[in-house]
Design a binder for this molecule. Structure first.
Ligand code: ZN
Length: 151
């Protein structure tokens, strides 16, 4: 697949050096995500304090897009309130699925994910972690949540 150079560099960097990768202890929300189309699997762990994502980490195995997206996502939502993270989810969901969604400077490095929409087969690779996060936020502080599947 061909992405613009800028977007490709961001994706490659976050795939090679994923941020917030590993176990998180303590965590008060743990959720698994699976994208059967590609085989991407991830486990997302959050430390929710009051209404804020105090900490977030992910583990798992997936393709470069899914790993980079999870890395970019954890970096972007750490420290954000639940409402802010939900807004960002909506924004990214639009970015991945709507060709007309604007790509502006506010997005920062997350703009790289917009490159994926040219490759419909890979959109679920990029959106997996975001759907997983949205489910975790909706459920709130529970020990374990049912797995999320993109199918
Ligand atoms: Zn994938």
């Amino acid at each position: 697949m061909e992405l613009s150079d800028l977007y490709r560099d961001v994706i490659l960097d976050h795939n090679r050096h994923p941020r917030n990768f590993g176990n998180l202890s303590p965590a008060n929300a743990t959720i698994e995500g699976f994208n059967p189309l590609c085989g991407d699997r991830l486990t997302l762990r959050l430390q929710l304090t009051d209404d804020r994502i105090a900490d977030i980490r992910f583990e798992g195995q997936g393709c470069a897009i899914s790993t980079a997206s999870a890395s970019l996502m954890t970096e972007a939502v750490k420290g954000k309130t639940r409402a802010e993270a939900e807004q960002l989810f909506e924004r990214i969901h639009g970015l991945l699925t709507d060709d007309a969604a604007p790509v502006d400077e506010q997005l920062g490095k997350l703009a790289a994910l917009s490159g994926v929409r040219e490759f419909p087969a890979r959109v679920k690779c990029a959106s997996l972690c975001w759907h997983t996060l949205a489910s975790a936020l909706k459920a709130g502080q529970t020990a374990s949540l049912p797995a999320v599947s993109t199918e």
